[in-house]
Ligand binder design. Structure first.
Ligand code: AMP
Ligand code: ZN
Length: 112
C-alpha cells in the first residue's frame, strides 16, 4: 500500500522515533507546530479515526496508554494537547490514523 506512515513504521522512510511497542509507533513531526510535536500512529493501517471499531480499538487504547509516557519523556509537565484530523473538513493530509501530541508552551484556546 502506498502509505507514508506505513512506510515510516516499516523503516522504509526515516523518522525520529520517540516511542514504539507492539501496537504503536511515535515519531517527531517533520514540520512542528509547537516546541514538542509528536505523531502517534497505530502499527496497523487505519485510514482515520472514522475507521475505528471494535475490531481495531485495541490500537487506539494502546496509543492512549502510550501518550502519558511519551508526554513525560518529552517533559510536558504542564499539560499538552492531543488532536486527530479526519477527512477533508478536518484537513487530514496523511490517510493513516495519527494523533498529534502538541506541547511545550501555551496553546490557543481556539480549537480551529
Ligand atoms: P494531518 O494534516 O493531520 O494529516 O497531519 C500530517 C502530519 O504529518 C503533518 O503535521 C506533517 O507535518 C507530518 N508529516 C508529513 N510527512 C512527514 C514525515 N515524513 N515525517 C514526519 N512527519 C511528517
Ligand atoms: Zn498506513
Amino acid at each position: 500500500m502506498d502509505c507514508l506512515f506505513c512506510k515510516i513504521i516499516q523503516g522504509d522512510i526515516p523518522s525520529s522515533k520517540v516511542f514504539e511497542n507492539e501496537y504503536v509507533y511515535a515519531f517527531k513531526d517533520i514540520n512542528p507546530q509547537m516546541p514538542v510535536h509528536v505523531l502517534i500512529v497505530p502499527k496497523a493501517h487505519l485510514g482515520s479515526a472514522d475507521e475505528v471499531d471494535a475490531s481495531n480499538s485495541r490500537y487506539v487504547a494502546a496509543i492512549f496508554e502510550a501518550i502519558p509516557r511519551i508526554a513525560a519523556q518529552a517533559g510536558l509537565t504542564n499539560g499538552y494537547r492531543v488532536v486527530t484530523n479526519v477527512g477533508e473538513d478536518g484537513c487530514q493530509s496523511v490517510k493513516h490514523l495519527h494523533f498529534h501530541l502538541l506541547g511545550g508552551g501555551k496553546m490557543s484556546e481556539k480549537m480551529n
